[in-house]
Design a protein around this ligand. Structure first.
Ligand code: 5RP
Length: 224
């Protein structure tokens, strides 16, 4: 499972605290990444103890883990999540950069459809101002025009390469991912609007105004 660094213990605390928020009889959005995976495992234990929930996965990775730990799955066609639990790559206030696991398109869909979106993270994710690359899921045929549009916005896009084989990362939806450097991002909402207007760029990783609760685990507690 891809991990973007930070203490595993801190991630586990945050994930487990988020899992405690889930109520019986509800539908839960299941995020992607190593911190969300801790929440999924904790939910699996609660299901084993009798909790009745259904999960809406945000990736094959979260679906497979949910099946492994016994969480019944559903889709957005059948139920909207009461609560979604998901990780983040950078956090400024309640805004996020996501997509380190190339799952941000489905994550944004599920997280924004949820009544409450709870972010789980370790302290390394909290920053004063966004300065990390913004992931974008891009139609394979739109690679060149999207790259040119991103350069026109002052960005430096790089096609995400697969770690274990030659060639690019391919998302669960069959698309490519650009990681686009913009330096420090002073106005994330404006950049989000610009990125959303690029034809062929299906979804970007700026999550502006979507999170309701941020749970940051540390070595001995969870801060909200
Ligand atoms: C996947 C994501 C992840 O939630 C994000 O990359 C955080 O991952 P981790 O919890 O492993 O640090 O956005 O697309």
């Amino acid at each position: 499972m891809k991990t973007t660094g930070g203490s595993e213990e801190a991630k586990r605390r945050a994930g487990e605290r988020a899992a405690e928020l889930v109520k019986d009889g509800t539908v839960v959005g299941l995020g992607t990444g190593s911190t969300a995976a801790h929440a999924i495992r904790a939910l699996g234990q609660r299901v084993e103890a009798g909790l009745d929930i259904r999960g809406v996965p945000t990736s094959y990775q979260s679906a497979d883990l949910a099946r492994e730990v016994g969480i019944p799955l559903t889709t957005l066609d059948d139920a909207l999540p009461d609560l979604a639990i998901d990780g983040a790559d950078q956090i400024v206030g309640f805004d996020l950069i996501k997509g380190g696991g190339a799952a941000h398109a489905r994550e944004k869909l599920v997280d924004s459809a949820a009544e409450r979106f709870v972010v789980v993270a370790d302290p390394s994710k909290e920053v004063e101002e966004f300065d990390g690359p913004v992931p974008l899921e891009v139609l394979p045929s739109a690679r060149r025009p999207v790259a040119e549009a991103l350069e026109g916005l002052g960005g430096t896009p790089e096609l995400r390469a697969a770690e274990r084989k030659d060639g690019p990362v391919v998302t669960d939806n069959g698309n490519l991912v650009f990681d686009c450097e913009f330096g420090r991002i002073a106005e994330p909402a404006d950049l989000a609007d610009d990125l959303a207007s690029i034809p062929g760029a299906l979804e970007h990783g700026l999550f502006v105004g979507l999170a309701d609760t941020i749970l940051v685990g540390t070595h001995d507690r969870v801060e909200e």
